[in-house]
Design a protein. Structure first.
Length: 471
């Protein structure tokens, strides 16, 4: 096993991966091997899996949904909550039998969980049939690790503690041809006291603007219409760069790229929402009217214990400013219930805030203790029963609000980017509004990939039904 501290990737390291990709492509020319990737967690992970798939595709592998057909199986893991980790270990255990039946299969496990020392120990001791283990900081090295593993009987383990460089030019196999994720910043410096992300994803590192712009220009040339800029905290973009540029500046540059029609971004931290960003959202025609703004709690005491660096009052001020400047903006959020020390009164503050903001939707979570985070050691951990009851109450409240908000859309005509046929009803198409709501409507499949106007006729908490008005 190799363990490395903070590291700079050299040109030779990158060149080596390219050489291995070419060697593997020659080796696989007449063999048509297949790969399967299971991804857990956030959009960052989904996008990392697109990079793994890109490298595998260039090495001559094709994708399969069927585990039984795969020659390489990868698990890209998430550790943000304990529940995810338990599920992943369960899935990995199920593969033991497959590996016994087909010993030549390569099983790899990577992503955030691998940055936790105890997890790697557990894999070494309890899951010896895993072939490759690597982390978030050395994803670019996957071709080398795969080649090594094909020539070895032991588990190849390579985890880095951090990576100060950004490796550009990793091939990406995107899931579809209309909407694309684009990384703009990696890592997080915020250290919210409940969160493990800064420990497994490292410090903030912004990509150079010209790398981002070039990637988006080629996406536009390939026919992509919508891009979502990705980062744990996109609003810190540029803080670490030698040139003077911030997130809003970047948005102005991206808005000028011909062919891209919609721009989204996630995730934003309320402490970094500047007036400049709000005005950019108001003024830039391609920037969609949707902001995901995690609040986490409505109680000032809990926000402080969480180290969120804003108050309930400041958060509400931002929401008002957003609504004053960007009519019809959809606002979504993340909320944690049962953070250590959360009393009934604190939880009531959260419910009151939800009633006041009236989110379009909310991702709600039960606080999960994460090893090594400050909140793990905090006093007054909340009883599991209470956490579950609070979650249920919060979900019920938000559902009512989501339904009411969608109901207000009835009779309105909205622009929809048509993404495909509806999974439930093959006669219907499905797409999203600029506010990121899903709309189903009857129309011919030739409209897939186009922008159309749809009148909303019926709504639920998560989806809306419409009728085509104009193409
Ligand atoms: N427990 C519960 N939820 C968490 N999140 C992050 N860490 C934890 C944790 N330890 C939630 C936050 C964050 C979202 C991605 O996951 O709400 O915004
Ligand atoms: Fe975690 Fe807070 Fe960073 Fe988000 S901003 S990734 S919640 S530490």
């Amino acid at each position: 096993m190799s363990e490395r501290k903070e590291i700079l990737v050299s040109d030779d390291d990158i060149k080596k991966q390219k050489e291995i990709i070419n060697q593997m492509a020659v080796l696989n020319r007449d063999r048509y091997p297949k790969f399967h990737i299971e991804t857990y967690g956030c959009q960052m992970n989904v996008h990392d899996s697109e990079k793994l798939a890109g490298m595998l595709t260039e090495m001559g592998y094709t994708h399969t949904d069927n585990l039984e057909d795969a020659d390489v199986i990868l698990f890209n893991t998430c550790c943000v909550r304990e529940h995810a980790e338990i599920r992943i270990f369960g899935r990995v255990s199920q593969l033991k039998e497959l590996k016994q039946r087909k010993p030549n299969i390569i099983l790899g496990i990577c992503g955030c969980m691998m940055q936790e020392k105890e997890v790697v120990e557990a894999i070494k001791n309890d899951y010896p049939y895993i072939d490759i283990v690597f982390g978030t900081h050395n994803l670019f090295k996957f071709p080398e690790l795969l080649q090594e593993s094909l020539n070895s009987d032991t588990t190849i383990i390579d985890i880095w503690d951090d990576n100060k460089s950004i490796v550009e030019d990793i091939p990406i196999r995107r899931a579809e041809g209309l909407k694309a994720w684009v990384n703009i910043i990696y890592g997080c410096n915020n250290f919210c006291t409940y969160c493990i992300v800064p420990y497994v994803r490292g410090r903030e590192k912004s990509r150079e603007p010209h790398d981002i712009l070039n990637e988006i220009k080629s996406l536009a040339n390939e026919g992509f219409k919508e891009i979502t800029l990705l980062g744990q905290n996109v609003n810190s973009y540029g803080n670490d760069l030698p040139i003077k540029i911030d997130f809003a500046d970047l948005l102005y540059m991206i808005n000028d790229i011909d062919g891209i029609e919609r721009i989204r971004f996630m995730t934003s931290h309320p402490k970094d929402i500047s007036d400049k960003l709000i005005f950019a959202m108001r003024d830039l025609d391609k920037l969609c009217e949707h902001l995901h703004l995690p609040v986490q709690s409505g109680s000032n005491k809990i926000l402080e214990r969480m180290n969120r660096k804003y108050s309930r009052e400041r958060y509400l001020e931002i929401i008002n400013k957003l609504r004053d400047n960007i009519p019809g903006i959809a606002i979504t959020t993340d909320i944690i219930v049962g953070f250590p020390g959360e009393t009934d009164k604190d939880f009531q503050d959260t419910l009151d805030l939800v009633k006041e903001v009236r989110y379009d939707s909310a991702y709600t979570f039960i606080y999960s203790k994460r090893k090594g985070t400050p909140a793990e050691k905090m006093s007054n951990q909340v009883d599991e029963d209470i956490k579950h009851k609070r979650l249920e109450e919060l979900i019920n409240l938000q559902n009512i609000i989501s339904i009411e908000k969608n109901n207000e859309m009835k009779g309105k005509v909205v622009e929809v980017l048509v993404e495909g046929t509806s999974k439930r009803d093959s006669e219907k198409l499905t797409g999203r509004t600029r506010t990121n709501k899903i709309v189903h409507f009857k129309a011919k499949p030739e409209l897939i990939g186009k922008f159309v106007n749809v009148k909303i006729i019926d709504t639920k908490a998560w989806t809306m039904q419409g009728e085509l008005i104009s193409e």
